[in-house]
Every structure is written in C-alpha cells, then in structure tokens.
Design a binder for this molecule. Structure first.
Ligand code: ROI
Length: 165
C-alpha cells in the first residue's frame, strides 16, 4: 500500500458539502483506505478574483491502485459531483481533486505531475497538509514544516463545524 495525499477544493454548490461528499467517495475507493482528512479551510481564490472563496482540505489515503488508475478514479468522482471542465483553468469549480504526493514517487507524464506542481507555494495545500502530516518530507528533501514557515497565510482560515445534537 502506498500513502497518497490528495488535495480537495471547491467554490461552488455548497463547497463544504462537496468536500464532505468527496471524502466519502475517497473512503469508498477500491483497494484503498481513507486514513485521515484535515479540517476544512476557507481560502481566497488563487487566479481570477471575481469568484467565490474556496473551501480546501487535504486527505491521506492508502492505496494499492496505480497512479493512473487512481487518477481515473478521482476524475470520476469530480465528474459525478458535477465538475465541468471549462476553458478557464483558473475559474470556479464544484470539485477539484489533486494528487499531491504518491508515496515518494516522482511522476511526470502528459496526464500527471507528482508532486503536484505549485503545491509548495499554495497556503491552501500546505497548511491542511501540515495539519495531518507535520513531519512530512518531500521527495526533493524539503521539509513541509520549513515551507509552512515561509508561506504567507493569505487570509486562510480553518473552519469550525457546528455539530447539532
Ligand atoms: N484557489 C483556492 N483558494 N483554492 C483552490 O482549490 C483553487 N483551485 C484552483 C484555482 C482556480 C487555481 N484557484 C484556487 O484550481
């Protein structure tokens, strides 16, 4: 089994529900187990500013699926949750699932780049990742804890959930 970190993001159609539903779908993946999911974080949009704030989280799964099969599965979850691939790469989306890390493997092909390009600069990835994996070291040798220290929060907020009893 390989440890895989997946970034989740949504800014449409009740983003908190989208992230929760995506976590449930990750938990149901074949030959895999959902190990942890971070808190939800509210973040300012990166890219076009005339779109709603995002809700982001990071999940850790263990999987026996290959990177290619896992990518197909996460794309299926995205499309089941109404993701429409638009021309605008930097616009709103109901659900984005990004394979951040696949064990310590380096992958770079036409479908997939792992570690995810840009993740080391994105507060909405680094902080939730740090919450669930504070000792993580990237394949390049960088420590997540060092990156977090120098990454501006850019207004990132950990969301608290109301539990109704
Ligand atoms: N901005 C934030 N804050 N969170 C995201 O998940 C996110 N995803 C994207 C773009 C449009 C780049 N901006 C984002 O794909």
């Amino acid at each position: 089994m390989i440890e895989v970190y997946i970034g989740l993001g949504s800014n449409l159609a009740l983003p908190e529900k989208q992230i929760q539903a995506a976590c449930d779908s990750l938990a149901a993946l074949p030959d895999s187990a959902l190990i942890k999911c971070s808190s939800l974080y509210q973040s300012k949009p990166m890219g076009s500013q005339d779109q709603p704030d995002y809700v982001n989280a990071v999940a850790l799964i263990e999987t026996a699926l290959s990177p290619e099969t896992l990518l197909q599965q996460t794309q299926l979850i995205e499309s089941q949750q109404g993701r429409i691939h638009k021309a605008n790469r930097w616009g709103s989306r109901t659900l984005d699932l990004d394979m951040l890390l696949y064990g310590q493997q380096l992958i770079d092909n036409e479908h997939l780049t792992v570690p995810h390009s840009g993740m080391k600069q994105r507060e909405f990835v680094l902080y939730p990742l740090f919450e669930i994996a504070p000792d993580l070291i990237f394949p390049c040798g960088k420590k997540l804890s060092d990156l977090v220290l120098t990454c501006p929060t850019n207004g990132l907020r950990r969301m608290t959930r109301l539990v109704l009893i």
